[in-house]
Design a protein around this ligand. Sequence first.
Ligand code: ATP
Length: 455
Amino acid sequence: MAATTMDQLVSLCKRRGFIFQSADIYGGLQGVYDYGPLGVELKNNLKAAWWRAMVYERDDVEGLDASILTHQKVLHYSGHEDTFTDPLQDCKKCKNRFRADHIKDGKCPNCGSTDLTEPRMFNLMFKTAIGPVEDSGNFAYLRPETAQAIFTQFKNVVDSTSRKAPFGIAQIGKSFRNEITPRNFIFRVREFEQMELEFFVKPGTDMEWLETWKENRLKWWEEQGLDLSKMHILTVPKEDLAHYSKATYDLEYQFPHGLEELEGIADRQDFDLGNHTRYQDELALSAKVNKNSDSSAKLALFDDTDKKWYVPFVVEPSAGVDRGVLAVLTEAYTEETLPSGETRTVLKLKKHLAPVKVAIIPLKRNNPDIMKLAHEIKANLLKTGIGRVMLEDSGNIGKAYRRHDEIGTPLCVTVDFESIEKSPTSVTIRNRDTMAQERINVSDLPAYLKDFFLK
Ligand code: ATP
């Protein structure tokens, strides 16, 4: 099958209600997207799968949901105020602006002109005013990564859970970066979500954990439906490492626009906890407090064997939710030619990611007996906990099948005349991938579906 194109995805996402341009009616806000009725379900399912794998299935990870507005000092001591920058160049001819590292052979990617400004550094963080008076002291940042609050809340989490290394803190949430050139649909945007784990380990064991997390994360992406032959592990060259990192792997995926980063797995060492601790030291010194008198106030762990405080190292798998959504859509999008010559578009999403698990389709929507049975079945199936069950009342079964193939609904249940006329009451189930249909008694449906979705 031909590779999925970005145009196919953008068109499907708009047509079926997955993803819309933000402020579409005002011409759109660049680099910002909204998730529609099906997009929100897909995104929530991907996040739930991550949370389940990172928190519920492990015994060494706790969760956190911290604020987006971030104290200036946090991002000062984390190094972001000084170093979270991209080099920017303007084309003097067409007036477009680019990230310098996206410019090839000194030529403007838009018009080809070589008349470009010298690169200058541009900080990617968004600022916002706090309180009614807008002055230079009253501002906060919109966080550029979710990680920092995990570091600043480290002591509170450790004190309230008595964790010892190795252990992790997981968080999913919005991050903001004022990208110079947002592009490629939801791949590079200014407002996005991250799924980040900060996994704290004893110094010296960090490189081993980096390998473990790389393997672990690859396996998880495979479970979300990604074909590993379309993934590549990049060992980030030393000169390209982020300011906090000693070693980083980028898990790259073959997106429609090219092979690019889906998730980064970095050894952040003790860079962040160390820097925030140093600030605590400065505070203690300026208050003329003996800085050694209260080691527990630092962002450190106590080693029971050595009887000493130490700052743990941290290994961070950091994945973008939006890039994850784009990758699973790319992988799932399929166009098949049917024996009739017609083309069928199917979204072959993994069952747990499908926005709608089961569509219940009444054959005739103006038949009260059929409708009554369809409503009863829906209410019963919701109790199974399989996820969203939708009553589809478009009144046209062919159209309903086409729509549910396109949005990736794994099963359609059709309530027809036989359902209300014959005993025991039965329905047909149609499988999205095989299109095979089978008849099943309504009383057997909950067990059948639990088996299909939850096993
Ligand atoms: P890139 O090199 O593509 O700009 P990055 O190396 O700056 O990405 P990280 O800081 O490692 O990205 O962030 C972790 C993850 O967050 C990335 O792997 C990606 O999935 C996601 N992410 C980062 N920036 C964006 C963005 N502008 N839009 C969407 N997702 C993003």
